[in-house]
Design a protein around this ligand. Structure first.
Ligand SMILES: Cc1ncc(COP(=O)(O)O)c(C=O)c1O
Length: 335
């Protein structure tokens, strides 16, 4: 078994907390201890991995940027939506390491950039904007640009969307070792998380297999078609087992894709979901973003909390908070 090396960037371990969510009406000032409608559940706070590169992406970047440094890269390429948390975390972490970043983003430049786009500018990232069709070919576009820069003598390190490669997913393979120091894995049935490029879920699956636990991975699909993302997650997980000669077998039945919670589109969120996450933040002081964690939490509420299984299935808060600032208007409807 080959365990890859990493750079320490994230603030770890992140807390595993018990949260009480009061779900009754007119409950803002009620004492939750006496509120029979309150739901208790476990939340793993990966929104606490750091104030600037907060969220799940930095765990993957610890491995990817180690490799970039080893290869003496002087520029990092990566891609995502214009509010990509991964792009922002890359720009921030690369700035910390003194490496330039070029981002290929699906969207348009805005005079008054907000949320992650604003932060990318703060961190000095060079940005190329692509429309939806162009973004379909983003890997080719990055390869062409890389070839041009290599000819000029530059060393370019390319990180795929979401940092989801067999190396990047080590962020969540090693996460399982962190979690098992906080809770006996026998006491939980699953981990519930938002899913975009699939790397987080893939890492969790491998981590579960290496630890010989039946902990199920629930991946709330916000971006791709269900079958596509299931295949991608399994390919990443099995690819890591091969690449790193891991002595474990991926149990496909441990992966459940939760579909249908982003039918409004990746960049949108319904009023019903916003209402629930606004209520949640008032009840607990914890904020969810509109693209990933907000949708995942709505699924968790329907499928886990309503059935009273919150102490057995950990909700993974994967960050994304800066995305809130790009959707202030819709959020304000419920404030
Ligand atoms: C806040 C947040 N949560 C969850 C995810 C999904 O993670 P992954 O791309 O590893 O599936 C992402 C990124 O895509 C994200 O930015």
């Amino acid at each position: 078994m080959k365990i890859p090396q990493k750079i320490n960037l994230a603030h770890l371990p992140t807390p595993l907390e018990v949260v009480r969510f009061r779900t009754s009406r007119n409950d803002r000032f009620r004492n939750s201890r006496n509120d029979s409608s309150a739901k208790e559940f476990l939340i793993k706070r990966d929104d606490y991995t750091g104030s600037d590169f907060l969220g799940n992406k930095i765990r993957k970047l610890e491995y990817l940027l180690y490799e970039a440094k080893r290869e003496k890269a002087d520029i990092i390429f990566t891609c995502g939506g214009d509010q990509s948390n991964h792009a922002r975390a890359t720009a921030s972490a690369a700035a910390k390491l003194g490496i330039k970043t070029k981002l290929f983003l699906w969207g348009k430049d805005k005079k008054q950039a907000d949320g992650n786009l604003f932060l990318n500018k703060m961190y000095g990232a060079d940005i190329t904007y692509l429309d939806r069709d162009e973004f379909e070919n983003v890997d080719e576009i990055m390869t062409d640009e890389r070839t041009k820069l290599i000819k000029k003598g530059k060393r370019v390190y390319v990180i795929p969307a979401g940092g989801s490669s067999t190396l990047g997913i080590w962020g969540y393979i090693s996460f399982m070792n962190e979690l098992k120091k906080q809770i006996d894995l026998k006491n939980i049935d699953g981990i519930f998380s938002a899913c975009g490029s699939g790397g987080t879920a893939a890492g969790l699956l491998v981590g579960a297999a290496l630890n010989k636990t039946k902990v199920k991975v629930y991946a709330v699909n916000v971006l791709h078609q269900k079958e596509f993302i299931r295949k991608k997650i399994l390919q990443l997980a099995e690819g890591a087992v091969l690449d790193f000669k891991l002595s474990c077998k991926i149990d496909k039945s441990n992966l459940e894709i939760i579909d249908g919670y982003s039918s409004e589109g990746y960049k949108n969120i319904t009023d019903g979901k916003l209402k629930l996450i606004t209520k949640f933040s008032r009840s607990t002081g914890i904020l969810f973003d509109p693209t990933y964690t907000g949708k995942a939490f709505c699924a968790y509420n329907d499928l886990i909390l309503k059935k009273g299984k919150g102490k057995r299935v950990v909700f993974l808060h994967t960050g994304g908070i800066f995305g809130v600032f790009s959707k202030q208007k819709p959020y304000l409807k419920f404030v």
